[in-house]
Ligand binder design. Structure first.
Ligand SMILES: NC(=O)c1ccc[n+]([C@@H]2O[C@H](COP(=O)([O-])OP(=O)(O)OC[C@H]3O[C@@H](n4cnc5c(N)ncnc54)[C@H](OP(=O)(O)O)[C@@H]3O)[C@@H](O)[C@H]2O)c1
Length: 254
């Protein structure tokens, strides 16, 4: 997120400070970005306008304490912590801080992510527009109503890259007999996914596009019959449902 924010000029490196419990990590990242690195104590004297909280959920209390000590009233905390609700953040941060909870996905590393976000109460317009610019520097972003919707978005957009990559891995394992190098195989699989993305982006209903490549008695029909026999559609829906349910369970832990 820090890399995208700097490279897309959402934040000037001179205005960015990295804090980490392991100082060497903060130093290394700050050096690559041309940003500052500092201790929690130094941050509290710097008074940033926003603190992006990116510790593990179990460390939320300590992270929130550092953020609150650093921010003046009216400052903003942007949390990317999985399973930590805006209500919990409010409890830790008190009333006079703007709160945004976001769930970026792993493709944000390549500027091709999807970020779902919601605010924890009233949000200053300037905070909102800054957050949207930040999220868009990671790819696409959309606002949802509340933490329940974040749980759904977490399953559909943040956990699902692992589900889809699992499928792609199965295809990759069958590329062996094609005489391709591993790099060529990966490049062609990426093109396959870009092609599917184009099909998803078209206005044609997905089931119609899928049906258009199924000839009775053909190869695609044969493969789809195996998927249907294994109830893969139900399994995928169950996987997403379980993921949503787990997000709810995690939000009770922290
Ligand atoms: N990775 C993703 O794709 C992704 C996507 C969406 C959301 N998230 C969320 O992002 C958060 C971070 O995930 P991650 O994978 O980046 O974890 P991570 O690699 O473990 O990074 C967390 C960092 O926070 C530091 N830290 C912990 N407590 C601290 C404290 N009190 N003061 C200063 N620094 C402290 C840790 O330092 P030490 O190394 O010393 O422990 C560690 O470097 C998680 O809450 C996760 O749910 C991640």
């Amino acid at each position: 997120m820090a890399r995208a924010a700097v490279s897309r000029k959402v934040v000037a490196p001179v205005d960015l400070a990295i804090v980490n419990r392991t100082p060497a990590k903060a130093e290394a990242l700050a050096e690559t970005l041309g940003a500052h690195h500092c201790t929690a104590q130094a941050l509290s004297e710097w008074h940033p306008q926003c603190v992006i909280l990116a510790v593990k959920p179990k460390d939320v209390s300590e992270g929130a304490q550092i953020a609150r000590a650093a921010l003046r009233d009216g400052g903003l905390v942007l949390s990317v912590l999985a399973g930590v609700t805006t209500a919990r953040l409010r409890e830790l941060l008190g009333p006079r801080i703007g709160i945004v909870r976001a769930m970026p996905n792993v493709a944000s590393l390549y500027g091709a992510g999807v970020t779902a976000w919601c605010s924890g109460g009233d949000l200053h317009e300037s905070h909102k527009s800054w957050c949207v610019r930040l999220f868009e520097s990671l790819g696409s972003a959309f606002e949802v109503a509340d933490d329940t919707a974040i749980d759904i978005a977490t399953a559909v957009f943040a956990s699902s890259p692992a589900f889809l990559l699992y499928v792609v891995e199965q295809l990759e394992s069958r590329c062996d007999g094609l005489g391709l190098t591993a790099e060529e195989g990966r490049r062609l699989l990426a093109q396959l996914l870009r092609g599917c993305a184009a099909l998803v982006e078209s206005s044609r209903p997905l089931h119609e596009t899928r049906a258009s490549v199924v000839s009775p008695g053909g190869t695609t029909a044969a493969g789809l019959a195996v998927l249907a026999g294994g109830h893969v559609g139900t399994i995928f829906r169950d996987a997403v449902s379980r993921s949503i349910q787990r997000a709810g369970e995690l939000s009770k832990l922290y």
